[in-house]
Design a protein around this ligand. Sequence first.
Ligand SMILES: [Fe+2]
Length: 192
Amino acid sequence: MDYVSRALEALNEPDRFEWRAHGNGFLKTYLDEQKRVRLNLWHHRFYRADVSHLHTHPWSLSSQILIGQLTNMRYKRLVGRRATHAEGRINCQDFRGVEGNPNPICLERFTEEVYRACDIYSQRHDEIHETLAVDGTATIMTRYDAPTAGFASVFWPVGSEYGDATHHNLRPEEIEETISLTKELLFKAASA
Ligand SMILES: [Fe+2]
């Protein structure tokens, strides 16, 4: 399937798609029935300060930037150093919050990659990262199976608490305004 065309359908006929917001700063909808391909529309209005933004995924991924600009920051674990973060395990298929006791670890950022329209990047399921994007950025993310049994990690700074990224009470105008901004960026790029 041509997922770029499908993404444009979602932007032009949003009522035919189911939209959810994520506390890491984006609006999302699936472009296929198997829920392997997702359109993310980034906007700071969905970014919640009380959420744990550093995480891994239960699946590996590739992401194509349709429009806008995205920054992906990857982190590594440092052994034998004073803990900077707590690591909690969550079951993304059957979410019950953090399971078991959080594990103290030391994290250090080692890359800060900037991607723009037409760029594609990929990431293994166990890579610790945080992602930011300019308002209106649209990305098409494809998931690939990984041996995680649905579990991923979330990380929060020592001295703070875990914050769930689930976003409730998405208002229709938030969907409309976010989609309008993405379409504006697409029209600008097409007419440049
Ligand atoms: Fe992520």
